[in-house]
Ligand binder design. Structure first.
Ligand code: F3S
Length: 675
C-alpha cells in the first residue's frame, strides 16, 4: 500500500494563532475560558482542559474573573458587549481573514443587500451576520441564491455585496457567483474564501483523483473538514477519521487500496496526521507478528511530562538533537537539556543511532513535538548517587563550576553540590577562584531530598587523607630520614613543610648556614624541598627538620681555603660597640675587635668602619669548635710596619760603606833656624 499525504493539510495560521493565545494565557496563570471549543479537535481541547482551560457556550456561562478567548470564527459585536457587561476580560483570537469580512459587511450602508455564501448555522457565518447593519441573507448554494432572488422580482435597483464564509467550497462559490451575475446588475463580489482553505481543497481534489481511498482527518463538526470530505467523496471512496483510532473501522476498505491519500482539516494538529500516517504504514506489516489492533495501540502510544523514555538519536544539530521515542511525537533535546556543560558540542556527546535514556519535559500535542532532557535524568540519577554518598561517606569527584557567595558549586553526576568556603580546603585568606574548573574530591555532609540540595566538603576528604598519611608517617619516620614536600607556611622563626599528613618544622638555624633575617630569604611557600628529620617528638607529634646540607657547611669549606695568619679582603657586615663583623666567606663572619681596627686607639668603631666597606685584615683566629673567627686590621698594619722597618734595616745593611771625611790638612809648620 502506498500512502500519500496532500501537499496542504492540517493546522492553518488562524487556528494555530488562536490555540497559542489560549496556551500563553493559561501559562501566565490566568483563569481562561473559551467561548465555544477553541478548535474542532478533541485532543487539543482535552489537552487545554488539562491546563485548566474551560469552555463556555454563552457569555453568561463564563466564570467570573476569567479571560474569555474569542475563537478564530469570531463573534457578533453583541456577544462582546455581553462579556464586557459582565466585567470579563476579552481576548479576541478572531482570525484576521474573518475579521476582514466583518469590516466589509459592517461598512455597508442600509441600502445595500449583503449576501453571505456559507452555512447559516456555522458560528463564523452567525458572527458575520451579526456584524451587518445592512439587510443580510445567507445562501448555501446557487439554488438557494436563485430562490432568494426570485422573491425580490426586479433586481435592477438593488445593490448587492457578496462575501463568502472563509471555508466555503470554492466550487460552490463559483456556481453562486455565476447565478448571481446572470441576474444582478449591481453586484459587488468580495472573494473572502481563505487561501489556506482553497489550497487545502485544491490539494485534496488533486490527490483524491489519483487515490483509491482518501482518509480525511479532522473534527466531525469542523466545517472545512466536512467540505474536504465532500470534495474527496466525489472522486473516490473517502472516510472521515478524527484520529488513528477511527482507522480500525475502515480496515477492510483500506487494506484493499493500492494508494491511500490523506488530507486533514484546518483544526488537525500535525501529531494527529503523523499518528494516522504511522498507523497506515503499519498496514503493510499486517502479516507480521503484531495484529492490526496491536499496531494501532503502538501508534497511539503517547507520553507525558516527567516520563522516562528511551530515544534513538536520528539527527544532530549544533544546538539540539532529534530523537525517536517511538510515539507520534517528534522528539528533540536542546543542547542545554543534553548536558550541563555549556561548552560541549552535541556531536561529542552522542552520535546518530545511539540509544539514550531521556526524561519528557514538555509534550506539545498541537505541534506534535516533545521536548526531552538527558541532563535532568542524569541529574535525578546523580542526586540519588549523592544521597547514597551522604549515607555511606563515599568520596565523590566533581568539577568546580562556579564560585558563588560563601563557597563553591561542584558538579558531580549532573548535580550541583554546594561546598561552603570553610569546607573548600582553601585557607581563609586564600582565593576560591584557584579551584575553578578543577576536579576535586569531596564528601557529602548534608542532603535535603525535598529541596534537592546537597552540601559537601573538600576539606573533609583532605583531612581524612592526611590522617591516613599521618598514620603511615609515624610508623615509618626516623631521625636522618629524608622527606620531600612543599613549604606550607613561613613564620619569623622557621618554616613548616608538609611531609604527607604531618607538618615538620625547620628552625631558622637549621634552614641555612648563612646569616639571614627571615626564612623567606631562603624558601617561599609552595617550594618543594628535601629535608632531613632532625628530631622526633612522638608524644606531642612534632618533627624537627634540617634543610641546610652538611656539605654546604662554611666551616668545612674555610678549612680548604684559609688558615690563621692569612690576609683576606673582607666586607663589613655589621657594626657593634665592641667591633665590626666582616664576612670572610659566605656563612662565616669574623670579628674585628675595636682594639684591632687601627694602630692607634679607636674610640668609636663607626669612626673607622661602616657597613659595606671592604677592608684587608688578617685572620687571627679560626675556632672550629666554637665556630668563631677573629680578624685584625691592626695586626696587618703592624705587620706591615714591621715589614717596612725590616726592609729599611735590610736596606741599610746592604748600602756601601761611606769613607770618613779626611781631616783638614794643617799647613806644614815651618822649622825655626839660628842665624
Ligand atoms: Fe483563518 Fe483561514 Fe484558518 S480564515 S482560521 S486561516 S482557515
Amino acid at each position: 500500500m502506498k500512502i500519500q499525504t496532500a501537499d496542504s493539510a492540517g493546522f492553518c495560521f488562524g487556528v494555530a494563532r488562536a490555540v497559542k493565545m489560549v496556551r500563553d494565557e493559561a501559562a501566565a496563570g490566568r483563569t481562561v475560558c473559551t467561548l465555544g471549543p477553541i478548535i474542532h479537535n478533541r485532543h487539543v481541547v482535552e489537552e487545554l482542559a488539562a491546563q485548566g482551560v474551560t469552555t463556555a457556550d454563552t457569555p453568561e456561562d463564563c466564570p467570573p474573573g476569567a479571560t474569555v478567548v474569542i475563537r478564530s470564527h469570531g463573534v457578533a459585536p453583541g456577544v462582546i458587549r455581553r462579556l464586557e457587561d459582565r466585567g470579563l476580560r476579552v481576548l479576541d483570537a478572531t482570525c484576521p481573514y474573518v475579521a476582514k469580512i466583518h469590516r466589509i459587511v459592517s461598512a455597508q450602508p442600509p441600502g445595500v443587500t449583503v449576501l453571505v455564501a456559507g452555512d447559516p448555522a456555522h458560528p463564523e457565518v452567525e458572527a458575520i451576520v451579526g456584524h451587518c447593519t445592512a439587510p443580510c441573507y445567507v445562501v448555501e448554494d446557487e439554488d438557494k441564491a436563485e430562490k432568494l432572488l426570485d422573491k425580490w422580482g426586479d433586481l435592477s435597483k438593488r445593490h448587492f455585496v457578496l462575501v463568502a464564509q472563509t471555508t466555503f467550497l470554492t466550487s460552490r462559490w463559483h456556481k453562486i457567483i455565476i447565478s448571481l451575475k446572470k441576474r444582478c446588475t449591481n453586484l459587488e463580489i468580495f472573494d473572502t474564501i481563505c487561501k489556506a482553505t482553497e489550497k487545502r481543497q485544491a490539494a485534496a481534489l488533486s490527490l483524491s483523483k489519483q487515490a483509491d481511498v482518501m482518509v480525511v482527518i479532522g473534527g466531525r463538526h469542523s466545517s472545512n473538514t466536512t467540505k474536504l470530505l465532500d470534495i474527496c467523496q466525489e472522486q473516490c471512496p473517502s472516510v472521515l477519521v478524527e484520529d488513528a483510532g477511527d482507522l480500525a473501522g475502515h480496515y477492510a476498505l483500506l487494506s484493499r487500496a493500492s494508494l491511500v491519500g490523506i488530507t486533514a482539516g484546518a483544526s488537525t494538529p500535525v501529531c494527529i496526521i503523523k499518528e494516522v500516517q504511522r498507523s497506515m504504514s503499519n498496514l503493510d506489516n499486517i502479516n507480521n507478528d503484531m495484529t492490526f489492533e496491536e499496531m494501532l495501540d503502538q501508534s497511539f502510544k503517547s507520553t507525558y511530562n516527567g516520563e522516562k523514555v528511551t530515544g534513538v538519536v536520528t539527527s544532530i544539530k549544533p544546538n539540539e538533537i532529534a530523537v525517536d521515542i517511538g510515539t507520534k511525537h517528534a522528539g528533540y533535546v536542546p543542547l542545554h537539556e543534553l548536558t550541563d556543560d555549556p561548552g560541549a558540542a552535541p556531536e561529542d556527546l552522542v552520535k546518530v543511532g545511539d540509544e539514550i535514556e531521556l526524561q519528557v519535559v514538555r509534550v506539545n500535542d498541537v505541534e506534535g513535538t516533545v521536548m526531552l532532557s538527558k541532563r535532568r535524568l542524569d541529574a535525578a540519577a546523580g542526586f540519588e548517587k549523592v544521597m547514597a554518598a551522604g549515607e555511606t561517606g563515599e568520596i565523590l569527584t566533581g568539577i568546580v563550576t562556579e564560585v558563588i557567595k560563601g563557597g563553591l558549586l561542584v558538579l558531580t553526576s549532573g548535580v550541583k553540590v554546594f561546598v561552603p568556603a570553610s569546607q573548600s580546603g582553601v585557607p581563609r585568606d586564600g582565593d576560591l577562584n584557584t579551584l575553578l574548573r578543577k576536579e576535586v574530591q569531596f564528601k557529602i555532609l548534608e542532603t535535603n531530598r525535598q529541596r534537592r540540595r546537597a552540601l559537601g566538603s573538600i576539606r573533609a576528604v583532605e583531612r581524612a587523607r592526611r590522617e591516613e598519611l599521618a598514620k603511615t608517617f609515624w610508623e615509618e619516620v626516623e631521625v636522618g630520614r629524608e622527606y620531600t614536600g612543599p613549604v606550607k607556611s613561613i613564620t619569623n622563626f622557621g618554616v613548616f613543610v608538609d611531609l604527607g599528613g604531618v607538618d615538620g618544622r625547620i628552625g631558622l638555624t637549621d634552614l641555612t648556614w648563612l646569616r639571614v633575617k627571615h626564612p623567606s630569604e631562603v624558601v617561599s611557600i609552595g617550594d618543594v624541598i628535601t629535608v632531613t628529620v632532625k628530631d622526633i617528638d612522638t608524644e606531642n607529634k612534632k618533627v624537627s627538620l634540617i634543610y641546610k646540607k652538611a656539605e654546604d657547611n662554611p666551616w668545612e669549606k674555610i678549612k680548604e681555603i684559609h688558615q690563621v695568619g692569612d690576609i683576606v679582603e673582607v666586607k663589613i657586615m655589621s657594626i657593634t660597640a665592641f667591633g665590626a663583623f666582616a664576612q670572610i666567606i659566605p656563612g662565616i663572619d669574623g670579628l674585628i675587635h675595636i682594639s684591632q681596627i687601627a694602630r692607634e686607639r679607636v674610640e668609636k668603631v663607626s669612626d673607622k668602619l661602616k657597613v659595606g666597606d671592604v677592608v684587608r685584615a688578617k685572620i687571627t683566629e679560626l675556632d672550629y669548635e666554637r665556630k668563631r673567627a677573629s680578624l685584625s686590621i691592626k695586626a696587618l698594619l703592624l705587620a706591615e710596619d714591621q715589614e717596612a722597618e725590616a726592609s729599611m734595616a735590610e736596606a741599610a745593611q746592604e748600602a756601601p760603606e761611606v769613607p770618613a771625611e779626611p781631616a783638614a790638612e794643617e799647613p806644614p809648620v815651618e822649622e825655626e833656624t839660628a842665624e
